[in-house]
Design a protein around this ligand. Structure first.
Ligand code: ADP
Length: 612
């Protein structure tokens, strides 16, 4: 609503502005057009006047010349002389034809025509009296007569020049030369302009429009009519007034508006008077095209201004819209920046918290790892503890043997059986070597490992594991049945930890088969694709279904106090997971438990390295 009001005001202002521009512009453009029109009219006027003057000048002196002809001189003094009349008639006819004039004739002082170029024609002037014509009496009184008129006999318009025929007794006659006006008039046809020639009474004598001829553009006052009648300038023609109104525009242009039929035509008129012929020449030009042109110019100007105004308005509007858009964008951007900074603060806060959490987690993880490592160690120690009886037996037996051999050797030395004594001492030495090997394995096993994953040869691991587990197996009275397949198997693992897993699982198997009349433990290994599987199976009671899911939990044990800690499988499970493998258990039909260690295979190309 508000903008509608605004547009209304703008529209009103534009209309007022357009009017304020259009009115003076129209005046100015019209004046400019009229100036141009007037200038062109002046050119035409100049040309027409020059042509008329030239024509008059051409014939002006001819009557004087003809008047000097001897025959004419003779004729005026002897007007009844038929021979002379004939001769002059023929002479005038020839000269008339030669000069292309309308008529040439000779009048006596009483106004009677005695000879004429048209003596043979149907409208011969011979015998006519033209005493009323000014050219006649002017020629007699002032040497030269001029007049333009409609021929009373011929009814043809012409310009008359009269010259006296001088004789020693003074002027005895007048030679008259009538010039045809039609030719000049015809040459005006086809021009854009109206050319009119007006007599001193304001009557149009010549015009390219026949209907304008003998019409008055000034009022036909009785004076004027009387003067015209006296010279019979227009013979018996009915004179009328052309309905003309005159006006002068501010620039001084003369405007004539002619009412013809139902049409009103406005002309711009330029005038030149020819006093020598008593003529006034006017060139009339229709103003309609000029006015139209001016209007078109004004319309074009208004259009241009309109377009400019529209352009300006739309520019303003666009600028306003752009400003609005910019301000909206600015606000949006500010809001966005605000939000971003808020978010950034939030994120920084969250980040900070996360970092703290990560630090905490790392610390926890470190703690866990340490705990795990401690547990592994504890598990190993527990396994050692469990096996200590078997191990002490393992050490005590050779120690007893060493003692017996030593005592024996002493007796033998006393008896002088040096060779037998040497044999005993050699046996002692080999027994202590065996004990040292076992000790080394135990030390290795007990050591806290700090190892990397690397390709490890399975048979090597087993070779190092067996001395540790052997005493326990022997205690149960079982022999380990090993089948590692035809191809040496390599796995990606840590040597000591894998030993620990095998010790745990083999110990559990030994526990399971302890009370069996025919205990059996079998270790089988094979490779499937990128994985190596090691299965340890026994003919014990198997794992009861109810606890299958729990045996890998830490501290889960079914063994009595002091016998099991419940850590072996949990630790083994974690170790195998660390290797990227898997530890599973299943009860085998008709047998005991079967544990499967699944490990990533390593390529044989990587040679196993020494234990860590
Ligand atoms: P622990 O041997 O100290 O009890 P483990 O984690 O090694 O701890 O074993 C957990 C439990 O899993 C054992 O208490 C036993 O009940 C069961 N188990 C392990 N191995 C066997 C097996 N070969 N046959 C039957 N039960 C087994």
């Amino acid at each position: 609503m508000k903008s509608l009001g605004r547009y209304g005001v703008i529209g009103a202002v534009l209309i007022v502005a357009a009017l304020a521009v259009a009115v003076p512009a129209a005046r100015y453009m019209t004046r400019l057009q009229f100036d141009q029109l007037s200038e062109r009219g002046q050119n035409t006027l100049g040309l027409a006047a020059t042509a008329l003057r030239g024509e008059l000048a051409r014939y002006r002196n001819l009557p004087q010349l003809i008047a000097q002809h001897d025959d004419i001189q003779a004729l005026v003094t002897d007007p009844q002389n038929q021979v002379l009349i004939d001769r002059v008639n023929h002479y005038l006819r020839d000269v008339n034809a030669l000069l292309g004039s309308s008529d040439i004739y000779v009048m006596l002082t009483d106004g009677n025509t005695v000879a004429a170029s048209n003596f043979e024609g149907p409208v011969s002037f011979v015998g006519e009296n033209f005493a009323y014509r000014p050219y006649f009496y002017d020629a007699l009184t002032s040497d030269e007569g001029r007049f333009f008129a409609l021929g009373t006999t011929s009814l043809k318009r012409g310009y008359y020049f009269g010259a006296p025929v001088r004789t020693p007794d003074g002027p005895q006659g007048v030679v008259v030369f009538k010039m045809d006006m039609d030719m000049i008039e015809t040459s005006w046809h086809g021009t854009d302009f109206r050319i009119i020639v007006i007599d001193p009474e304001g009557i149009i004598f010549m015009s390219d429009r026949p209907e304008w001829r003998f019409a008055a553009i000034d009022q036909l006052t009785p004076d004027r009519l009387e003067r015209t009648a006296a010279t019979r300038r227009y013979a018996e023609t009915d004179l009328r007034e052309l309905p003309v109104t005159r006006s002068v525009d501010p620039a001084g242009h003369l405007l004539l508006t002619v009412q013809e039929g139902g049409d009103r035509t406005e002309y711009l008129a330029v005038t030149e008077s020819m006093p020598e012929a008593e003529w006034t020449i006017k060139v009339l030009m229709q103003t309609r095209p000029a006015r139209n042109q001016a209007l078109v110019s004004v319309a074009a100007l208004l259009l241009m201004l309109g377009v400019a105004a529209l352009g300006w308005l739309s520019l303003q509007q666009r600028r306003r819209r752009l400003e609005e858009r910019f301000s909206v964008q600015r606000e949006a951007q500010e809001m966005l920046e605000r939000r971003v900074s808020e978010r950034t603060a939030d994120l920084a806060e969250v980040n900070h918290r996360l970092e703290e959490e990560v630090i905490e987690r790392r610390a926890t993880e470190r703690e866990l790892r340490k705990t795990q490592a401690d547990l592994v160690q504890a598990g190993k120690m527990a396994a050692l503890g469990q096996m200590s009886a078997a191990l002490s037996h393992e050490f005590n037996q050779p120690l007893g043997a060493v003692k017996a051999y030593a005592e024996n050797a002493a007796v033998l030395l006393k008896r002088g059986r040096i060779d037998d004594a040497r044999q005993n001492i050699t046996d002692i030495s080999s027994l202590t070597d065996r004990m040292a090997v076992l000790g080394r394995h135990l030390r290795n096993f007990a050591r806290k490992p700090n190892e990397r994953l690397q390709p490890v040869a399975l048979d090597q691991v087993l070779r190092e594991t067996l001395p540790i587990i052997e005493p326990r197996l022997r205690g149960v009275g079982v022999t380990l049945d090993v089948d590692l397949g035809p191809v040496p198997l390599m796995v990606q693992a840590g040597n000591v930890r894998l030993q620990q897993v095998l010790v745990n699982i083999l110990s559990n198997a030994a526990d399971a088969v302890e009370d069996r009349p025919y205990p059996e433990i079998r270790l089988t290994a094979w490779r499937e694709g990128g994985r190596v599987f090691v299965q340890v199976r026994d003919n014990g009671p198997g794992v009861p279904a109810g606890i299958l899911a729990r045996i890998f939990d830490p501290f889960f044990t079914t063994k009595g106090v002091g016998k099991g800690l419940g850590l072996g499988l949990s630790i083994s499970y974690n170790i195998i997971k660390d290797f990227g493998g898997n530890l599973t258990v299943a009860n085998l039909p008709g047998e005991g438990a079967g544990f499967i260690i699944e490990l990533p295979a390593a390529e044989a190309a990587h040679l196993p390295e020494a234990a860590e």
